[in-house]
Design a protein around this ligand. Structure first.
Ligand SMILES: O=P(O)(O)OC[C@H]1O[C@H](OP(=O)(O)OP(=O)(O)O)[C@H](O)[C@@H]1O
Ligand SMILES: Nc1nc2[nH]cnc2c(=O)[nH]1
Ligand SMILES: [Mg+2]
Length: 169
């Protein structure tokens, strides 16, 4: 188990996520022809759907993995367990876009890149430790930032920034 310390919160709304995913689609279209998309579950599924629509790709597969345990009250990962692959993909990934929402420590990226060494690994967000493992990403955030995706959030009371350090621990 690896312990993580996140000091900053980075909430991402649907519009911002959509804009970033479309920016990624532009970048990938510029890089050539693709045979399909492989989404890393679960975070890669939404970006995969947006890429598929923008890039006119119908061939979509998944690598199904379990890694982080989100165990604290605020949905921030307290620990990262061993990576378990529930479902892989045949072949070496040639001509395929391998997509995830983000790369953090790079542990997931390292594992899936070994499984599909010829795939083009893309993410919307990247933290410095994982950045060298990504072929194409859109937005970099610092290592001590916890990204909150729209599918993990709902509209609720917003705690003033000055009080948040107590919450993040
Ligand atoms: O670079 P790493 O430190 O390996 O972290 C990145 C991984 O963590 C998140 O997935 P998570 O395990 O939270 O599961 P989910 O996609 O099912 O929500 C994210 O979607 C990446 O897959
Ligand atoms: N939602 C979310 N999941 C993660 N898994 C690893 N890092 C992160 C992060 O910053 N945000
Ligand atoms: Mg994930």
């Amino acid at each position: 188990m690896t312990e993580h310390h996140y000091r900053m919160d980075f909430p991402v709304g649907w519009e911002e996520l959509h804009r970033n995913a479309r920016a990624l689609a532009w970048r990938l279209l510029d890089k050539g022809q693709w045979n399909g998309i492989i989404a890393i579950t679960r975070g890669g599924l939404v970006p995969a759907a947006i890429l598929a629509r923008e890039m006119d790709i119908r061939m979509i597969d998944t690598i199904c993995v379990v890694s982080y345990q989100k165990s604290d009250t605020y949905g921030t990962a307290a620990a990262q367990g061993d990576l378990t692959v529930l479902k892989g993909v045949a072949g070496d990934g040639e001509g395929m876009i391998l997509i995830d929402d983000l790369v953090d420590t790079g542990k997931t990226a390292r594992h899936v890149r070994e499984m599909l060494p010829k795939a083009h690994f893309a993410t919307l967000y990247a933290k410095p430790a994982g950045k060298p493992l990504v072929d194409t990403f859109i937005t970099e955030v610092s290592q001590d930032t916890w990204i909150r995706f729209p599918w993990d959030m709902e509209h609720t009371f917003s705690t003033p920034l000055a009080e948040r350090p107590k919450m993040l621990g």
